[in-house]
Design a protein around this ligand. Structure first.
Ligand code: G3P
Ligand code: CA
Length: 224
């Protein structure tokens, strides 16, 4: 089972920052999960929210701000908002990078960035692109059949399984409360790998691990 550090080791360090990804690697995580939006000048920014308020204390909307201006803000007073390229350079092929697209507009630039890194020696298997926005996943699949895709859902497992099969996705990423033994069996019968989020409490981690899942996305990689 792969242990994926949610937004970096979010349970310990400010989310989606280089420090959080460093912590995840130090804890031996097999992968990191991160969220991406686009800045007004088209840079791929690693940031969870549509707005800057919660994480930086400054009002703003990521898509309306240029990369330089976003990088003048500080997450929790001292971390820069990284670009996806900066995170990939930091990771340097040391673990899986699960890129969650928060906006459909990121599908094309993320595809192009992955292709650039693959041309420089990364493997497609270093990447897993997931989204609740299935149109974005469909667009990536149309652009490149080799990029591993993960279908996120917090509601309808059957619909997600059907869509995942239709785009030849690698993984299904359900909210962990959706799962029981029967649903896990069904997902496995469809030959989909199962990555489950966001599982943090020790009793939930044990219960979910016993289902025989393939990946666990957690704020606390050391607990898993
Ligand atoms: O990728 C799974 C999980 O990260 C989805 O929820 O809100 O933490 O991005 P959220
Ligand atoms: Ca996420």
């Amino acid at each position: 089972m792969q242990i994926i550090a949610h937004r970096g080791a979010k349970g310990y360090v400010s989310e989606n920052t280089i420090a959080a990804f460093r912590k995840a690697l130090e804890m031996g995580a097999d992968g990191i999960e991160l969220d991406v939006h686009l800045s007004s000048d088209g840079q791929i920014m690693v940031f969870h929210d549509e707005h800057t308020d919660r994480l930086t204390g400054v009002s703003g909307t990521v898509k309306d701000m240029a990369c330089d201006d976003l990088q003048k803000l500080k997450v929790d007073l001292h971390h820069e908002i990284p670009t996806l390229a900066k995170v990939l350079d930091f990771v340097d092929k040391r673990c899986l990078v699960n890129i969650e697209l928060k906006v459909e507009a990121a599908a094309r630039p993320v595809t192009q960035l992955i292709e650039k890194y693959v041309s420089e020696g990364w493997n497609y298997d270093h990447f897993l692109v997931s989204s609740f926005d299935w149109t974005a996943l469909q667009e990536i699949r149309n652009r490149n059949p080799k990029i591993p895709l993960g279908v996120l859902t917090e509601t309808d497992l059957d619909l997600a399984i059907g869509f995942a099969k239709s785009i030849n996705a690698e993984t299904l990423h359900p909210y962990f409360h959706l799962l029981d033994e029967a649903s896990v069996k069904k997902i496995k019968a469809e030959n989909l790998r199962l990555y489950v989020w966001t599982v943090n409490e020790p009793e939930d981690i044990s219960r979910i691990e016993n289902f025989g899942i393939d990946g666990i996305i957690t704020d606390f990689p050391d607990r898993a």
